[in-house]
Design a protein around this ligand. Structure first.
Ligand SMILES: Cc1cc2nc3c(=O)[nH]c(=O)nc-3n(C[C@H](O)[C@H](O)[C@H](O)COP(=O)(O)OP(=O)(O)OC[C@H]3O[C@@H](n4cnc5c(N)ncnc54)[C@H](O)[C@@H]3O)c2cc1C
Length: 388
């Protein structure tokens, strides 16, 4: 039995971050969308609020909170600004968690405090030009030479790439070994041979930076191997199980913002001498949006609770991600529709939200890959049923 009631502390966290998002993030989001600037002011504020190291234990400078706490806060940030939200999500889910889970004591002490405070920005480098969904087809190589690893390759579409001080990087001992050849490393931007490559221009999420990371005989000290040699694929997949909860949450934040805008507009805009909210066609859109957003959040909270209980949650994370992402794409489309022609105009937030939503069913595993994860587990008998 899963209890979805937030505690008093969780309600306080939620309302604090909600106020912050309303006052600071929502008003800044159009500027980030226009300019593509990285959200530095928000980054510093989130560091001070403890939002950049939420599940990192206090002994390493984090807030020592649960995954449920994390998703409650992240939804509010993503409601305010999806670009800011993904920077927060990558820092927490994709950089700190693997270091926390697979790092040595020395690695945790060296990297977690700076990341949790936001003093250092992190990124996660798995994708390559020729390998996304099929991550084990990676071509970036790692070779041990004395007390260092030498990394060569190109990592593609790396969120926070241009700003990152610390990168979790995957490379293979030999592409022919497939998953058994993958190693994970903690790489600092100052290590010789590490370079930021091409910066991408995107459809949406413009305040989130995305770039190549180039590894050219990049020298990594041997103590920066993360987890065991040849076990990096386990690090990558365990990280994505948690990361997908974060992206599902981002989708709900975006969808909720679109719903709020659609609701308000439908009560203000008049057609045929009455508010358009009087028309059943509009009411049903609002009803369906609210229903799908709530269902998405329930799936997310189930996955987050299982994670907090130390249970396997691959299926539940994948279900939450595919349903929430597709809800965000669907709900933002309907929110534009409720706005009529105005929904297509930059001045109206739904135009941005519509573009921001699409990324959710692409990154950290496309919707097709989430369905693959769910179906494979069902067929293997690993699906525990709707009761969670
Ligand atoms: C803005 C942005 C930010 C990103 N941030 C990061 C990041 O920080 N770190 C990082 O490592 N990566 C990042 N990515 C990469 C992202 O995770 C990949 O783009 C994604 O996993 C898909 O890989 P791909 O683009 O190579 O598509 P492909 O794998 O080439 O897929 C193309 C199509 O084929 C489908 N497909 C592939 N295999 C199957 C299959 N077995 N069954 C059914 N359909 C299949 C896919 O679903 C998709 O529709 C980011 C991408 C973007 C666009």
């Amino acid at each position: 039995m899963i209890d979805f009631q937030p505690t008093e502390e969780q309600r306080l966290l939620q309302s604090t971050v909600r106020d912050y998002a309303r006052e600071k993030l929502w008003p800044r989001a159009p500027h980030l969308d226009e300019t593509g600037e990285f959200p530095w002011p928000a980054w510093r504020e989130m560091g001070e609020l403890g939002l950049l190291g939420m599940v990192v234990p206090q002994e390493y400078g984090g807030a020592g909170m649960s995954t449920v706490d994390y998703v409650l806060a992240l939804e509010e940030v993503c409601w305010g600004c999806a670009s800011t939200g993904v920077a927060m999500s990558v820092q927490n889910s994709l950089v700190e968690v693997p270091i926390l889970k697979f790092g040595t004591l020395a690695q945790k002490s060296r990297y977690l405090p700076g990341l949790a405070s936001g003093e250092r920005v992190g990124c996660y480098c798995l994708t390559e030009p020729g390998s996304g969904s099929d991550a084990v087809a990676m071509k970036a190589t790692c070779v041990k030479k004395g007390d260092r690893w030498i990394l060569n390759g190109v990592k593609q579409f790396i969120t926070n790439g241009p700003q990152a001080d610390v990168a979790v990087v995957y490379a293979t001992l030999d592409p022919a070994l497939r998953s058994k050849g993958v190693c994970a490393f903690i790489v600092e931007k100052g290590f010789p041979g590490y370079r930021v490559g091409k910066v991408e221009h995107k459809m949406g999420l413009k305040g989130s930076s995305t770039s190549e990371i180039l590894l050219e005989d990049c020298e990594v000290p041997e103590e920066n191997l993360l987890g065991q040699e040849g076990r990096g694929f386990t690090v990558a997949m365990a990280t994505l199980d948690g990361g997908r909860i974060g992206i599902a949450t981002q989708a709900v934040g975006i969808a909720r913002a679109a719903f709020d805008e659609a609701l308000r507009y439908s009560q203000e805009r008049k057609a045929f001498d009455q508010p358009i909210a009087n028309f059943q066609a509009i009411q049903w859109k609002l009803a369906d949006m609210a229903t799908r957003i709530d269902a998405s959040r329930l799936l997310i909270h189930r996955a987050a609770r299982l994670r907090d209980q130390g249970e396997n949650h691959s299926v539940e994370s994948a279900m939450a991600k595919v349903f929430s992402s597709e809800t965000a794409v669907w709900a933002t489309n309907h929110a534009v529709q409720v706005h009529g022609g105005y929904g297509y105009i930059r001045e109206f937030a739904v135009e941005r939200l519509y573009r921001d939503a699409k990324i959710c069913d692409l990154y950290e595993g496309t919707s097709e890959i989430q369905r693959l994860v769910v179906a494979t587990n069902i067929l293997k008998g690993n699906y525990r049923g709707a009761g969670g």
